[in-house]
Design a protein around this ligand. Sequence first.
Ligand code: APR
Length: 245
Amino acid sequence: MGDTQRVTAAIAASARLCVLTGAGMSAESGIPTFRDAMSGLWSRFDPAELASEAGFRADPARVWDWYAERRAGVRLAQPNAGHRALGEFARRRPGVLTLVTQNVDDLHQRAGNTGAIQLHGDIQRDHWLEPCTRQPGCDAAAAAPGRPPRCADCGNRVRPGVVWFGEQLPPASLLAAEHAAAACELMLVVGTSGAVWPAAGLASQARRAGAQVVILNPALSEIDAEADLVLRGTAAELLPRLLAG
Ligand code: APR
């Protein structure tokens, strides 16, 4: 039995499956991976400079424009065969899959995994940059248009609802992800470089708790050593085969 058949059989026999996805999951939907996203127009910027509060405060319009371009890309993108396979699996075997994603797009949700845990937030959401202590607080509906929009009353700026470098992950999301990693029998790690923590640590957490860890990635990742098995392939190629059982 080959590696793919072994993993397919393990998934079919699993009562508690955790899947952790990264930007590679959406690559075949046309959304550049984070490290690739810094190619082309944005290649002259350091990702941490754009995806950070300091970068936003230093040049709000530039960061706002970068997210606006990425949001437009997400709206145009469609879930790929890998997203669809995960959505179908959740429908076919309710309660078995916990999906944890580092991605800020909504492709898992649009493919049917509405309960996906978003560790790094949601690019379609906005927050206020400063906590607003006034009553009533800043009203998003009345925000003055701009790059970024501002509160018409106090000038507070709108910022993207994603986790920036150096920021805490949403505690409830991280806790749910860690519980899923500790409880699963099998973890698939799909399309992540394993470069960003604490998300990257979920694979070793699962392994320490006794789960089998399988990595799906066309290239080497920083956490390959945490895997029992590495399948060299893409999300849209491998997931439909592995989850069909
Ligand atoms: N299928 C599966 N994996 C792929 C594919 C594909 N079609 N194409 C690329 N990959 C892999 C790459 O080999 C790489 O290992 O996806 C990974 C993408 O890595 P990153 O761009 O680092 O994205 P990610 O691991 O999700 O980054 C983690 O860091 O940049 C921050 O907050 C951002 O959530 C992001 C986090």
